[in-house]
Design a protein around this ligand. Structure first.
Ligand SMILES: [Zn+2]
Length: 168
């Protein structure tokens, strides 16, 4: 049985839950709303719905935007129904579902031009290579997400689309 540590940090944001044997508490420890965007970006239409585009060139290795949201401690796995959960550490998750989390508009790619990087407890989207003006930003969502949400309908990233075209 997993430990349910109790935190008394921000009592106002804590919630209590029961399961068969446990009474436990989980907390939203922080509401991070500032995306700290370092470059001009724009949400626009992409092949897969909406996407996030660079409105200026971004050099390789530069931080682009922070992935923000509700920072949760020991959110029970059963409650992680959001597709926008970013697992920061063993105990901490960020639910990036709110629309003000602009980074949530960045689509998955198997050959991405950006990547996520955890810096001092904050999640940054960082340029993996030089990104041109007008390019759509992408990063790799990881194996678990890919299996659960992308594989069932087929990946529509540039790499997988090209592979499918070749096979035809
Ligand atoms: Zn793909």
């Amino acid at each position: 049985m997993r430990d349910r540590p109790v935190y008394n940090t921000l009592a106002g944001n804590c919630d209590t839950r029961y399961d068969d044997t446990y009474f436990y508490l989980y907390c939203m420890i922080e509401l991070r709303k500032d995306t700290n965007a370092k470059y001009q970006l724009k949400v626009g239409r992409s092949k897969t719905g909406l996407g996030l585009y660079a409105l200026e060139p971004i050099p390789k290795g530069k931080k682009i935007i922070e992935y923000v949201g509700k920072v949760m401690v020991d959110e029970p796995d059963d409650d992680k129904t959001s597709k926008y959960i970013f697992n920061l550490s063993k105990h901490i998750d960020i639910d990036g579902a709110p629309r003000w989390n602009t980074a949530r508009y960045i689509n998955h790619s198997c050959r991405p031009n950006a990547e996520s990087d955890v810096v001092k407890g904050h999640v940054w989207i960082v340029a993996k290579r030089n990104i041109m003006l007008g390019e759509e930003l992408t990063y790799d969502y990881g194996k678990e997400y890919w299996k659960e949400y992308i594989a069932p309908h087929g990946c529509r990233c540039v790499k997988c689309t090209a592979l499918r075209e070749k096979k035809k």
